[in-house]
Design a protein around this ligand. Sequence first.
Ligand SMILES: *Cc1c(COP(=O)(O)O)cnc(C)c1O
Length: 406
Amino acid sequence: MTITQTEPDAKTIESLQALTDAHVINTYGTRRLAFDRGDGCRLWDSEGNEYLDCFAGIAVANLGHNYPAVTKAISEQAAKLLHCSNLYYIESQSRVAALLCKHSFADKWFFANCGGTANEAAIKLSRRYWSKRGTPKPGILVAEQSFHGRTLATITATGQPKYQEGFEPLVEGFTHVPYNDMSALEQAITSSTGAIMLEPIQGEGGVRVPADDYLAQVRALCDKYGLLLILDEVQTGIGRTGKLFAYEHSGIAPDIITLAKALGNGVPIGAMGCTDEVASGFDIGSHATTFGGNPLCTAAALATLTAITAPGFMERVAEASARFISALQQLANKHSAMVEVRGKGLMIGVEFRDSVAQILHGMTERKVICGPAGPNVVRFVPPLIISDDQIDRAVRTLDDVITNVG
Ligand SMILES: *Cc1c(COP(=O)(O)O)cnc(C)c1O
């Protein structure tokens, strides 16, 4: 193995690029920046420049960076015990599960390491639930334009061919139907269909918000045909849409839910929750993971959930959301390059007529971090603690970028 000549601690972006190119498989493309430090909605790059973070590491740092209670919980746990296996009880894991139960429909939880592995657990549970009942129904209906992760089963569930190319043979049993289309969903049901798996708002697919009654109708369809409803709330969960879980907006509950992104405010953790009835699909030995729910990540999740479920927290998210969305809508009236502003809570997509590559570049140059959701959509998923001033700055900056780019 060759080691690059670059000093590993060199701070220039060029030297970091060289070090990365020499040793890391490039699945992410060339990047322009490295962040060194964060605080709240602010980030500092390796050269000391300050940025406003409206992306939160893809909807992860919902409490903002370096949130004191999370930092404290992680530090204290790190000084005690980082890891022990799931062959022993883990108090913080059980406490996170209890807190999640208190605030959701779910009765039981399984801890995974990320969104993809939380969804794997959900898919496996659905299959095993039906097979254990003596009526194997391995089929799962999923949506076009969805995103469920990068494992083999979850790229198969994902309704975007670009994530599947070259990885065939894919996993059997998934059928894609158009999102937000009840009749297509009903027509796709067969005797081997066991579940419907959806995002309450499609994130990576372009921040697509379905009709207000879509989830309630899907729930009714599941009840009519005896199917499980799996909601992938990896991105929409943990307060992102203005409720702790996005399903709360529709007055229904799923049978299985998956979480990850913001659950540990940046410490990797995933979770799958379900009813007691559905949990009976798993037995001792049915499913497992080495790291899932370990002391460190569940200490982070406990501190994160405690802060997000504190009284008043979600009210502020609603306020910030209204300000952000209406300011963007005003901007859309002014700029013909903007097609639509959509979203819920602080999960906001702005669709443009053309590719947003130049817009994103312009935002970064002006020190505001946001990201794409597909080729034509700019996604704002800031920390939920974003202030009014910061929202105004993000919108002003977008205005300036569109004016100068388009
Ligand atoms: C990000 C995401 C995933 C995948 O999560 P990873 O942690 O990257 O495995 C799955 N589903 C949705 C809806 C996501 O947004």
